[in-house]
Ligand binder design. Structure first.
Ligand code: MG
Length: 336
């Protein structure tokens, strides 16, 4: 199955604050923008909305709403078995931006999203990385931003919710909010409590969870979500997560689009490092073909170039990155 996204995706200026913060965190001089890239991220969003849509490069396929793993994926290498190669690449970069997923990446997966806890040592590590003058750190999650703040707030680390769409002040058109409410009302009586499926009302998204439930419950969750999407098309998209199906507003485009746009506003020699475990991370892996992409969860079908076993190995990777970053003298970076 190929990575696929569908829907018409609205453009707006919601990421202005994030981009501004990210820009402030970078202390080296920006290179001149490439042709056609002189607009800021929010300006580009507005321009595309005015022009009536998404550029061809970003157009999703029209036949499905599902974002899932690719059958054409290559076989990635374990990051630590090819560490010398990775280290060379890290050392060659003039700056780095980390795009980190949260659940299943920085913290182990648990049955209920509210049960997670970011370890103190990981917080400390992220704070230290974010302080580095040539390193910018984002946590991009499918959670709502408010929820993400409660569990992942670390000084200097930028947080984006709803797969990169949501930052402070983000709002959804009233019509799409209304459609989401209707979709939830439609779903509620259709999933038996005994099935093990439970609905998570994220306000701007609906999660249909089946973690810990039977395979039959997983099939039912998928069926219900796709039925809801068909019923409320084209206002809603569907994304597949781990033991989760999500109904999202059409405006939410996924991590691929979010990371690509954030990267456009960073200096051109910045190396993007993207780490995630979920189907939604695959869109970012595909978008960052020239970056360093790492799939968490072992060797599997993925568009990432490397893999890590679990959040413990993610932590080890970040610790190694910190060592490399600290070995680089700021003057050497600035003058390179
Ligand atoms: Mg995840």
């Amino acid at each position: 199955m190929r990575d696929r996204e569908i829907g018409r995706f609205a453009r707006d200026s919601r990421h202005a604050g994030t981009v501004a913060r990210a820009s402030r965190s970078l202390r080296w001089e920006r290179p001149a923008p490439a042709r056609g890239q002189s607009l800021s991220r929010p300006q580009r969003r507005n321009a595309r909305a005015t022009e009536g849509g998404t550029p061809a490069l970003l157009q999703p396929a029209a036949s499905s709403t599902i974002v899932s793993r690719s059958p054409h994926a290559s076989f990635p290498h374990n990051a630590f078995t090819v560490w010398a190669q990775i280290e060379r690449r890290l050392r060659a970069a003039e700056g780095w931006v980390l795009f980190l997923d949260f659940d299943g990446t920085l913290v182990p997966l648990v049955n209920h999203p509210n049960q997670v806890r970011l370890e103190r040592a990981v917080r400390k590590l992220l704070r230290s990385l974010a302080r580095h003058p040539h390193l910018t750190v984002y946590i991009i999650s499918g959670r709502r931003l408010d929820n993400l703040r409660k569990v992942a707030s670390v000084p200097g680390v930028h947080l984006l919710g709803l797969h990169g769409w949501e930052e402070p002040g983000a709002t959804l058109p009233i019509e799409q909010q209304q459609v989401l409410r209707e979709a939830k009302r439609w779903l509620e009586p259709r999933h038996p409590r005994s099935s093990g499926i439970w609905l998570e009302d994220k306000g701007l998204a609906i999660g249909v969870h089946h973690r810990g439930a039977s395979p039959a419950a997983g099939r039912l969750a998928k069926q219900l979500t796709l039925q809801a999407r068909r019923r409320f098309a084209p206002e809603l998209n569907v994304m597949r997560g781990r033991k989760l199906w999500e109904l999202l507003p059409a405006a939410v485009k996924g991590k691929g689009e979010a990371t690509r746009e954030l990267l456009r506003d960073l200096p051109s020699h910045t190396l993007p490092i993207c780490i995630g475990d979920d189907a939604s991370d695959e869109t970012a892996f595909a978008a960052l073909r020239n970056g360093m992409t790492l799939h968490v969860g072992g060797k599997g079908r993925t568009k990432a170039k490397y893999w890590l076993r679990n959040p413990t190995e993610v932590r080890e990777f970040l610790e190694r990155l910190e060592v490399v970053a600290n070995c680089r003298k700021p003057s050497a970076l600035s003058n390179s």
